[in-house]
Design a protein around this ligand. Structure first.
Ligand code: ACO
Length: 439
């Protein structure tokens, strides 16, 4: 672990006069120091207790850094605001995977490598036939991405760095194809094969929206908007789905299976499913009467037992405006202008909702700000992406982050199988009663 030990040590003392223990403290390059408590159990027979990992660093990493109080997000040191305007998604992928931005030659080579892997095995088409047409796209993606491991036996040796590289490229290249196939399958339209003369994102849009009966014209503003969505969602340090990928990978599972596990975790409404939930929430308010009904909705949100949440608001790490939400709001303006939808009622509703919430004491006190999902649904809807596919788009974009984090974990000499412990509060040892003695 290439971290600097601090001169300061953490001392754990006990009120029953048991001897106190010192633990080393490490400094990262930025961010909070960590107390290394790995020896705690050996020395004391005690575990730490931290459900939800509120104070626990599960690994060391050099990929993505978030300062939640400042509202800062860095990929390999570069601010997301700069990457979103100066780079495209494949450059961002290269950066996340390799640590540095590509030069012109590396960029061309990487683009051509990914482009050459965009097709999926023809048999994948038959695999789709096993799903109901109305299956949720995330159910289809968990299945089809996991199934890739059945097709690529030649890249499953995780101890071989060449196998890992090939799997990484296959996943980044094939996810757009699988997401688009999922969409086409739902519609009952023929699958559209990838086209290697188009950019990564233009190709994806074509696979999503082209039909054999008509010529498909790529709209550059729309492609740029979707590419930006991909960049903004590419990685986000040790969030729930990334930790799921790392935990699955820690047992030695193959990368396709690990990414399928990440997709399953991302599906939940508290995580990647929030963009779908945010848009459905806006539709709901609009149906009730629109802007005038925001007050009533906010009242419900503030009611502790109502179970109603303002979706697209709040974040475990950001206690300030999520920088991705700002970029997404800008992108929303660009796309709606391009489509002459300046007066889009849902966008107006979202902006009114944001304004009212940011001035409300409940949200101010709890430092609840819009997160990336608050506006991304409106952009995706404008691009013609159905609501149920939003989290699939997120999976497509996050695959590179998952892979980079998985690769980092495998290459870490300190890597061990992830195995949390517990505070057991169930029954103590007891004997099994015979059936007639049971209550
Ligand atoms: N609406 C209303 N109240 C909220 C919201 C919200 N969206 N988010 C948090 N709160 C309240 C909680 O009820 C809690 O109030 P309390 O102190 O009175 O009990 C307080 O704010 C702290 O919230 P926690 O749930 O403890 O915060 P946590 O870090 O565990 O949760 C989470 C973060 C899951 C993102 C939460 O804010 C949430 O559910 N937001 C809505 C879903 C969402 O948008 N998720 C997307 C996250 S971004 C992503 O995954 C890409």
């Amino acid at each position: 672990m290439s971290v600097t030990p601090s001169d300061v040590k953490a001392t754990l003392s006990f009120s029953d006069n048991s001897p106190s223990i010192d633990f080393p403290i490490y400094k990262g390059t930025i961010g909070p120091d960590v107390v290394d408590i790995r020896a705690l159990y050996n020395k004391t027979g005690k575990f730490t207790y931290d459900p939800g990992f509120m104070s626990t660093a599960s690994c060391n990493s050099s990929i993505t850094y978030i300062d939640g109080d400042k509202g800062e997000l860095l990929y390999r040191g570069y601010p997301i605001e700069q990457l979103a305007v100066k780079c495209d998604f494949l450059e961002t992928c290269y950066l996340l995977l390799n640590g540095e931005l590509p030069n012109a030659t590396q960029r061309t080579d990487f683009t051509s490598l990914v482009t050459n892997h965009t097709m999926v095995h023809e048999q994948m088409g038959s695999f789709f036939q096993g799903f109901r047409r109305d299956a949720h796209p995330m159910a289809v993606l968990v299945g089809t991405v996991g199934a890739l491991s059945a097709f690529y036996h030649d890249s499953l040796d995780i101890t071989d760095s060449h196998h890992r590289d090939v799997s990484a490229i296959r996943l980044i290249a094939k996810l757009p194809t699988l997401v688009a196939m999922t969409h086409k399958y739902t519609l009952g339209q023929p699958f559209v094969y990838p086209r290697n003369d188009l950019s990564y994102t233009a190709n994806f849009m074509r696979m999503m929206f082209a039909v054999p009966a008509e010529e498909y014209k790529v709209n550059d503003v729309m492609v740029r908007a979707l590419d930006r969505i991909f960049i903004l969602h590419a990685d986000h340090e040790q969030n729930a789905s990334t930790s799921t990928v790392r935990l699955s990978g820690s047992s030695g599972a193959n990368p396709f299976a690990c990414i399928a596990a990440g997709i399953a975790c991302l599906w939940g409404p508290a995580h990647g499913g929030a963009n779908e939930a945010a848009l459905n929430m806006l539709y709901g308010i609009q149906k009730q009467g629109g802007v005038e009904k925001i007050g009533e909705f906010i009242k419900d949100v503030k009611e502790k037992d109502s179970g109603v949440k303002l979706m697209g608001f709040g974040h475990r790490v950001y206690k300030n405006y999520d920088p991705r939400a700002k970029l997404m709001r800008e992108t929303c303006h660009e796309v709606l202008n391009e489509l002459c939808l300046h007066d889009d009622p849902l966008f107006k509703l979202a902006m009114a909702q944001e304004k009212i919430s940011l001035e409300d004491d409940y949200f101010v006190k709890r430092k609840l700000y819009p997160n990336v999902d608050f506006y991304s649904g409106i952009v995706q809807r404008a691009l013609g992406i159905p609501v149920s596919l939003f989290t699939g788009i997120f999976s497509l974009a996050r695959t590179v982050g998952w892979i980079a984090q998985w690769n980092e974990m495998i290459s870490d000499p300190e890597q061990k199988i992830g195995r949390p412990r517990q505070l057991f509060i169930g029954a103590q040892r007891r004997d099994v009663p015979s059936i007639d003695q049971r209550k």
